[in-house]
Design a protein. Structure first.
Length: 278
């Protein structure tokens, strides 16, 4: 694989561009016929004259596990804010598959079409059990009142059991979520996103503050999710990135500086200069 260098923020390689209309709020499924689940093109975001994103172009394939790295201020968080509807760009486009225009949707609507975001600090219902946290997160249980008093059917229980198995918290299912370790809370929050069955997961610094054993388990978890889900991981721990990534994207000053394998981007002169300080 050759490293793609984008010194001016232009598109990397030839891509099929979306041509569909803006969708309604009925949570349609994205058209993934071209095997690209996320198109971010020409995105610029300015805050008081500072360009947090500068003509950013990013393409994520269906089922891919992509790692995004870059120094502080490179635009990683702003990129995720744009994708999830928290921040509106000055220019550019963001498409989910071929037909869903993300810039025309609200944050809840973006979640409904299949994009889940996990922030760095885990947020769980501390006083509820692990099982109840997953129950509250179910896609078809929009109202807390309904969730607390409705009886789960067999299919719903099977799904919770499946997610407990995926995140490795079967033995903690009845325990209080607030009593979990930091790493376990991170896994539970990933499980809560999985209950909504997202097609694309955005995961922000998942191993910050974890023990080596928790970091290893998190790597296994994220790798296991790829394929059924597309996973974008923003992370600073280079050893962790190396352990999971096939393709790494390096952001610098709001656009893509380089893209390739971990070895390729680490050995590129410009990446060494701006990211590794060499």
């Amino acid at each position: 694989m050759s490293v793609s260098i984008n010194s001016g923020g232009g598109p990397i390689g030839l891509r099929f561009k979306p041509t569909g209309r803006r969708h309604s709020t009925n949570a349609p499924s994205p058209d993934l016929s071209h095997n690209i689940i996320l198109y971010v093109e020409g995105i610029t975001v300015s805050f008081d004259g500072f360009k947090a994103l500068n003509d950013l172009n990013l393409y994520i394939e269906t089922g891919e596990l992509r790692c995004i790295i870059g120094p502080n201020g490179a635009g990683k968080t702003t990129m995720m804010d744009v994708i999830t509807g928290k921040t509106r760009p000055d220019t550019g486009s963001a498409w989910f598959g071929q037909t869903i225009d993300l810039l025309g949707l609200t944050e809840p609507e973006i979640a409904q079409v299949g994009i889940g975001r996990k922030f760095q600090k885990p947020t769980v219902f501390a006083e509820h059990s692990v099982f109840e946290n997953l129950e509250l997160a179910m896609a078809d249980s929009k109202r807390v009142w309904h969730v607390l008093f409705a009886k789960l059917n067999g299919e719903q229980r099977d799904r919770i059991d499946e997610v407990l198995q995926i995140i490795g918290l079967q033995d903690a299912r009845s325990g209080r979520a607030g009593a979990l370790s930091h790493g376990q809370k991170q896994w539970l929050e990933i499980g809560m996103l999985l209950m909504q069955d997202p097609l694309l997961l955005l995961v922000d610094e998942p191993v910050a503050g974890m023990t080596p054993q928790e970091t290893e388990r998190t790597a296994e978890l994220l790798v296991s999710l790829a394929g059924k889900h597309s996973v974008v991981v923003v992370e600073h721990d280079m050893n962790f990135v190396r352990s999971i990534a096939r393709t790494v994207t390096v952001l610098h000053e709001g656009h893509v500086l380089a893209e390739g394998s971990m070895d390729e981007v680490q050995n590129h002169p410009r990446v060494k200069e701006v990211y590794l300080g060499e």
